[in-house]
Design a protein around this ligand. Sequence first.
Ligand SMILES: [Zn+2]
Length: 479
Amino acid sequence: MRLFLTLVLLSLTACQSSSDGAGGDTGIRHLTVLYSNDEHGWMEGREPGRGAGDLLGLWREKEGYSEEGPFLLLSGGDHWTGPAISTWFEGESMVEVMNAMGYDATAIGNHEFDFGLDNLEARIAQASFPYLGANIRWKASDTIPSELGIAASTISEVNDVSIAIIGLSTINTPSTTNPINIVDLNFLDYEPVLRNAVAQLRQESPDLIFVVAHVCMAALRPLALAVADLDISLMGGGHCNELVAERAGETILLESNGNFRSYARAQFEYDLGSRRLLSSSFSIEQNEGGAADAPVQRLIAKWRSETEAQLSGVLGFSSREYPANDERLQRAVVESWLRLDNSADIAINNRLALRAPLPSGRLTLADVVGVLPFENTVVAVELSGAEILQLIAQGQRPFVAGLIRTENDWRLRGSGRLIDTAETYRVLINSFMYEGGAGYDAIAEFDANGFDTAIHYRQPLVDWLIEQDSSADRPLSLP
Ligand SMILES: [Zn+2]
């Protein structure tokens, strides 16, 4: 009798926890994965109505999402480098928002390293979800940097289904964040790491295995096929801002294009009895039409007013005004970009990129926003010497750092050598130019794989102005 009662209670519990309308078959469980990547601090949305609060509202309305429901919220990484509301707080605001949204796990993006390892450690400690990077190692000890809070994997229990989630970070991280920040770390090849991680996790007998990877589809697709024997049900990507919902063999691949503009979804039907995945499906959805979640909107409003307070903060003091077309002011901008990325040889900014004078007197962030008002980022491209010469001779001559004009030719400032028309150089430009603005259509043809650093084009100048530590007694002097 006691056994019978227990069985009845167990099956009642199973019915209740099967909150997805699985009908009489209490062994069938449903699970929905909602996936984003490359959020890049755009909690307010790149366009109105497409921010983090709108997305959570949409998830509640359209997907039936609730914290207790059969859902996993996963991210492919690159959370915080972006607009001031996130960058000026080194990601603290973004992690607070993602905590409130209820994320369950994330990959570690290259930009998670942008503000140094101490900051990454603080952000991971702040997050209520794990940051996963199974292929990250200390160079010295060949161990996972668990001191920073980084883990290889996690196991989530959702609707009685246990899901092992493994994280991967792009092996290109050393060239896509400030190299100083990751000098002590190695980023290992994906496949052996993944095989190792899955072998260890099998000891925990998970029902499903998922991967969150800050890895572009060009690498993730072949990886999924190469490890088809590992029975990985889902691999989420990131880093290249692609829109992907497809199958590679038996594995679902997902990627949303970033900035909270859209999300990817996968749904699974699992039989606890036979321990088999019965079916799965996937799609891409736009972040449009959701009624914003009020608590998340309040958080964002709080960080918006903090940002405004920062905007009125004093950065320095100038005893004179520098017009927008002043050579010294223009040079200060491109030179600040080169300081940001010392692997670049040259920086080029279009002539009309500066829109207001840098005033005399106290200098605030609001003044710098006036000088460089657009939502542009710094983009790194690989160009030949011949292509560079073509760009700097074209139309309204742009402002250039890293090259010195001699009588008839251009020399590299670093080496003093003539620019070699056949050699390739790393060049920093702004995203407006890369998109073909101001007649620069040729740049994207020269290098179709330009790398968006996600760093706002104004931020390096702001950092440089603060470093100058100028005051009324010691006013700024642009060289
Ligand atoms: Zn990335």
